[in-house]
Write a protein that binds this ligand. Structure first.
Ligand code: GLC
Length: 446
């Protein structure tokens, strides 16, 4: 076994570096994903970061979560960015979102106006395994944050569940895997002439090669959607009537199920009633399997509400139901085969964010091919959950290799025919890469 064969001591230097990345990226109470590229607090990043900070400094881990929830809106929405301080080096910043114009946003903290995949139910549940009843600071954090996590899920079920079917829709690609080919058709339906040209305002291209980032046309469409949200004062009931982008996303919904499951575990620790989360989960699991599982393709596909059809593109998000325990043993077996055939065939490094036999596959472009460490971490846990020990171990081994040979990059090139130390892409000193590296090394072995 990889981690056993090479003891933790072998990793000591890399673990120190990972800790340093987290500490260097830590600001007063929260951690930025990458100092130059992403200088604020991001939602799901902070969940993964908190898990890693538990191996560095528990207080900072608890502060990370508390500071994230300072941005929560009174309707329960947990925003995807908290702008705790000003930083003109980033676009789109607080001026684009103008959150304070919205009556249910916090008045003392500017935030974005969209959310990201739910993580805090399962992150807190994992942290509880370690700290509950052993660390008073954790116990009080949990009591304070638990109802807020429930409120963030309630927001989703009340405002983002079209037709009350148990499946949450996202209305912006930034609520999931940014520029995945999943969104191409919906975004292309936006007439580019109606969008303003924001290419001159972009700052990301100063730090990262354009080949590794979304195109300008796409960026204009992303901002078009934000302009629409503002026009409707962030009122979901109005937005849903007009948005060209309404997608029931597998990644988002699978993480919601896993997070509901985390809340159910936390409810048992706190002596609280879990029936609301149990009802949600039954409904969402059934809906994922009825509406998004494609029997012919043997894969989970996102669903485009406006087009009323599945989006038949195989991306790594399709494996996340393993992480959430959504699949039957047969579905799990079929997914495992897809992992080997469509994603890892020909010695590709697992797990490319887009199937390597998909026409849209691009080895270096963000969510259109490169490996992301948070997805690998969830995939690893998902494979393990279904007893696929060998495959789980393989994913873990490749994940550790990528980080060891390339440092703490944002994403990684999966193609077979390049040197392993030439795989790092996107931002550097990326916090969740460092955090999840620490978690993978420290977790008990298979
Ligand atoms: C990128 C990722 C997004 C992440 C953000 C901050 O935009 O696509 O998922 O939250 O960076 O790291």
């Amino acid at each position: 076994m990889y981690v056993e064969a090479r003891t933790k001591e072998t990793y000591a230097m890399k673990m120190d570096q990972a800790k340093r990345v987290l500490l260097n990226n830590n600001r007063d109470g929260y951690t930025v994903p990458s100092p130059r590229l992403y200088p604020f607090q991001w939602n799901w990043d902070s969940g993964f970061i908190a898990l890693g900070l538990c191996y560095v400094n528990e207080k900072k881990a608890f502060d990370e979560i508390r500071n994230m929830f300072k941005g929560q809106w009174s309707n329960g929405m947990l925003p995807h960015i908290n702008f705790h301080h000003e930083d003109p080096s980033y676009f789109p910043g607080p001026e684009l979102w103008a959150s304070k114009e919205c009556p249910w946003s916090p008045k003392d903290l500017a935030t974005s106006g969209i959310t990201q995949p739910p993580v805090y139910g399962f992150i807190l549940s994992m942290m509880a395994e370690r700290f509950w009843k052993k660390d008073k600071n954790f116990d009080s954090l949990l009591k304070e944050i638990y109802p807020k996590v429930i409120a963030s899920h309630r927001y989703l079920y009340q405002h983002r569940d079209f037709n009350n079917e148990g499946l949450i829709y996202i209305h912006h690609n930034w609520e999931s895997s940014d520029n995945s080919p999943l969104w191409d058709e919906a975004l292309n339906n936006i007439d580019i002439k109606e969008a303003r040209d924001v290419s001159g305002l972009r700052r990301d291209l100063k730090n990262v090669d354009a080949a590794q980032r979304p195109t300008n046309d796409n960026y204009n469409r992303y901002i078009y959607l934000v302009d629409l949200f503002r026009k409707y004062g962030y009122d979901d009931e109005k937005i849903v009537r007009e948005s060209p982008f309404l997608i029931q996303d597998i990644l988002f919904n699978a993480m919601l199920v896993r997070s509901n499951e985390g809340l159910i575990h936390l409810a048992s620790l706190l002596g609280e009633d879990a029936s609301e989360m149990e009802t949600w989960n039954k409904k969402t699991i059934a809906a994922l399997n009825n509406k998004c599982w494609n029997k012919e393709a043997q894969f989970y596909f996102d669903y485009d509400i406006n087009q009323d059809k599945q989006i038949p593109i195989k991306v790594s998000n399709g494996f996340m139901p393993l992480f959430a325990g959504v699949c039957s043993p047969l579905q799990a077996e079929q997914l495992k085969r897809q992992l080997v055939s469509s994603f890892g065939s020909g010695n590709y490094i697992l797990c490319p964010s887009c199937g390597v036999d998909e026409p849209a596959f691009d080895a270096v472009k963000y969510w259109r091919g490169p490996v992301w460490i948070n997805i690998n971490w969830m995939l690893y846990h998902g494979l393990k959950r279904y007893g696929f020990v060998e495959e789980a171990n393989h994913v873990k081994k490749q994940t550790l290799m990528l980080i060891e040979k390339n440092d703490f990059h944002e994403y990684f090139n999966p193609v077979p025919d390049i040197p392993d130390n030439a795989r790092g892409l996107g931002g550097t000193n990326f916090s969740w890469t460092a955090a999840l590296y620490l978690d993978l090394i420290n977790e008990s072995d298979l």
